[in-house]
Design a protein around this ligand. Structure first.
Ligand code: UDP
Length: 238
C-alpha cells in the first residue's frame, strides 16, 4: 500500500516486507528502488521531474525519521523507517544466501573497495562482481562496466538526484534485476562516515549526529524543519 507524503508515494512497509518485495524483484525484469529522506522529499515537492522519478520506482522506502514524522503529522502514518543503509545490509544477507551478484557504483575512488571488504566480512559468501567510483564523466562507461560484470543487483550511490537520474536514464540499458539508490551508504559501509550510535538512532537523532560529523550539511539539513513545517500546514488545510 502507498502512503502519500507531500506528493511522494512511499511504500508503507516494514523492513521485512521491503526485503520480501526486493527478493521478488530479483527473479525477473529490471526494477529500481529509491530511499528518499525528508531533504529529498522537500526537493521533490518543488521539482516535478524528481518527484516523477521517485514515484516511478518499484519500491519507495522512507529513509529517515523526518519522513516518518511527516507522515504522522499528515495523519497517514508509515509503519516504520526503512533506512537505505539498513535495507542494503539486509539485502546483502539475501544475496550471500542465494548467490546473487552485486555491483557497487559510486562514492569517491577507493571507498567502494573498502565497503566491499566490510560487506564480505559481515556476509560470508557474498559475491561482489565489480565496483566503480562515482566520479565518471560518461555514463556509458559505468553502464558498460556493470553489464560486463553480469550483476543481479546494483547499488547506485551517487547522491540524490544524480542516482535517481542515472537509474531512470539507464533502466533499459542495464542488465540487472534491481538497482537501489543509496546515497552515502558506501561511505557508511567503508567506515569513512560513521553512523550514529544505536541509542541516537533509536531516539531519532541520527540527523544530529550526521550534522556533528559533517557540519557542511547544515544548509541542506535546513530542509528538514522546512519539510516538517510544510506537513503541519498541509494538515491544517486538511
Ligand atoms: N557522489 C558520487 N558522485 C558524484 C557525487 C557524489 O559518487 O558525482 C557520492 C559521494 O561521494 C557520496 C554520495 O555520492 O558517497 C552522496 O552522499 P550523501 O551523504 O550526500 O548522500 P545522502 O546519503 O545524503 O543521499
Amino acid at each position: 500500500m502507498k502512503c502519500n507524503v507531500m506528493g511522494v508515494a512511499f511504500d508503507n512497509v516494514t523492513m521485512a516486507e521491503a526485503i520480501a518485495a526486493a527478493k521478488n524483484m530479483l527473479t525477473e525484469g529490471v526494477h529500481y528502488c529509491v530511499t528518499p529522506n525528508s531533504e529529498i522529499v522537500y526537493e521533490a515537492m518543488r521539482d516535478e521531474a524528481l518527484r516523477e522519478m521517485i514515484n516511478g520506482a518499484d519500491l519507495v522506502l522512507p529513509d529517515g525519521a523526518g519522513v516518518v514524522l511527516g507522515a504522522k503529522i499528515l495523519g497517514t502514518p508509515l509503519k516504520e523507517k526503512v533506512a537505505g543503509v539498513d535495507f542494503a545490509d539486509h539485502l546483502l544477507a539475501v544475496l550471500a544466501e542465494t548467490g546473487g551478484k552485486l555491483f557497487l557504483l559510486g562514492s569517491k575512488p577507493g571507498i567502494a573497495e573498502m565497503a566491499a571488504a566490510e560487506m564480505q566480512r559481515r556476509h560470508e559468501g557474498l559475491q561482489i562482481c565489480g565496483m566503480k567510483d562515482g566520479y565518471f564523466t560518461d555514463d556509458a562507461e559505468a553502464v558498460e562496466a556493470v553489464n560486463e560484470a553480469c550483476a543481479d543487483v546494483l547499488f547506485v550511490c551517487l547522491g540524490a538526484p544524480k542516482q535517481e537520474r542515472f537509474m531512470v536514464a539507464h533502466k533499459n540499458d542495464l542488465n540487472v534485476h534491481l538497482m537501489i539508490g543509496l546515497g552515502g551508504s558506501l561511505d557508511a559501509f567503508a567506515g569513512t562516515v560513521k553512523r550514529a550510535p544505536k541509542w541516537m538512532i533509536a531516539c531519532n537523532l541520527e540527523w544530529f549526529y550526521r550534522l556533528l560529523q559533517q557540519p557542511s550539511r547544515l544548509g541542506r539539513m535546513m530542509r528538514l524543519p522546512k519539510f516538517l513545517w510544510a506537513t503541519v500546514k498541509a494538515r491544517g488545510k486538511g
